[in-house]
Design a protein around this ligand. Structure first.
Ligand code: SF4
Ligand code: ZN
Ligand code: ZN
Length: 314
């Protein structure tokens, strides 16, 4: 099988949404170009500093690798969080991540729930269980991760925080927000990042048009050694997301390119929504930690979770 693009090398990948057979080099170049196009649309090419939120998983390695090819690595700074999950957060994986980033010329900042919040995720989960709370580990995890990443972005004066969310993640989130009728979240989506508060560093997702199978393939073809251990709390991920994922995969299988269509159509709709919907200029701040909170909330969700778990005085 010969590559449909260069017509000379052996094809190793069938890219179902374009129906092309591609060789290793043409496939990697295709992904890099699409990431660059998206990064340009999101406006991050001219940024002075971009904080890369890296877990050590394949998507975060692809993010760092691809961005460093068209953004000067001195403008990139990586940030990794140890959530404090026994058997999942491994020092040897972080060491590999750090070595790899060093080769690209990107510095890594290491942080953790224990050192920044005072408790590991395992401790938060066990305290909440003792109190009989029905809060999943992922709720604690997502909330505190967002907080730490935003704080780190502010600390290094980053213009943007870039995450490794891929096309599959994005399409699922769009459908979930539609089902929930969450207009504010829907508006925040799209290829043009929206500043919802001056206290939030703008978030961008340069991989948002790259299929998950493509990031896996890119990582494998490049020989990355990435974190493959599954989080022990994975079964606590919201069931709605699992159902939406399953449904979208079925649709994609029947009609390759469906996920990409969802995102592209949505970007158009979201731009119109952004023009019409007037966002309040500033979000209120939490009276305990000073972080931005949602309108009508004096205490942010993270502080409320710690109070309800008995880990913070009322
Ligand atoms: Fe965090 Fe849940 Fe992901 Fe585990 S599965 S890393 S708890 S969000
Ligand atoms: Zn080729
Ligand atoms: Zn708070």
């Amino acid at each position: 099988m010969i590559c449909d693009n260069c017509k000379s090398r052996e094809a190793v990948v069938l890219q179902s949404h374009t129906r092309r057979k591609l060789c290793k080099d043409c496939f990697i170049e295709d992904i890099r170009k699409r990431i660059e196009t998206e990064a340009r649309k999101q406006g991050i090419i001219n940024a002075n500093k971009i904080l890369l939120a890296v877990s050590g998983g394949k998507d975060s390695l692809v993010l760092a690798d691809a961005l460093s090819q068209f953004v000067n690595p001195s403008k990139l700074i990586a940030f990794n969080i140890n959530e404090g999950i026994r058997g999942y957060n491994r020092d040897d994986q972080v060491k590999k991540l750090e070595d790899y980033l060093r080769d690209l010329g990107i510095e890594l900042i290491k942080s953790g729930f224990r050192q920044e919040v005072g408790f590991s995720l395992d401790e938060m989960v066990s305290a909440s269980l003792k109190k009989g709370l029905k809060v999943s580990a992922c709720t604690f995890c997502g909330g505190f991760r967002r907080k730490l990443i935003n704080e780190a972005g502010i600390k290094v004066s980053a213009d943007y925080v870039a995450t490794g969310h891929n096309l599959d993640d994005e399409a699922q989130t769009i459908i979930i927000n539609l089902i929930r009728g969450d207009l504010l979240r829907l508006i925040r989506f799209g290829d043009k990042p929206l500043r919802v508060s001056s206290k939030f560093v703008m978030r961008v997702k340069p991989l948002r048009k790259i299929y998950e199978w493509e990031t896996t393939m890119y990582a494998n073809l490049k020989g990355f050694e990435f974190q493959e251990v599954e989080c022990p709390y994975i079964s606590q991920k919201p069931t709605l997301r699992a159902k939406v994922r399953e449904l979208l995969y079925k649709l994609e299988e029947r009609k390759p390119g469906t996920l990409l269509k969802i995102i592209e159509q949505f970007d158009e709709i979201s731009q119109k929504l952004k023009n019409e919907y007037k966002l309040s200029s500033e979000l209120p701040t939490c009276i305990i930690c000073g972080e931005p909170t949602t309108p009508g909330r004096a205490v942010c969700k993270n502080c409320e979770l710690l109070i309800r778990s008995g880990l913070m005085p009322q």
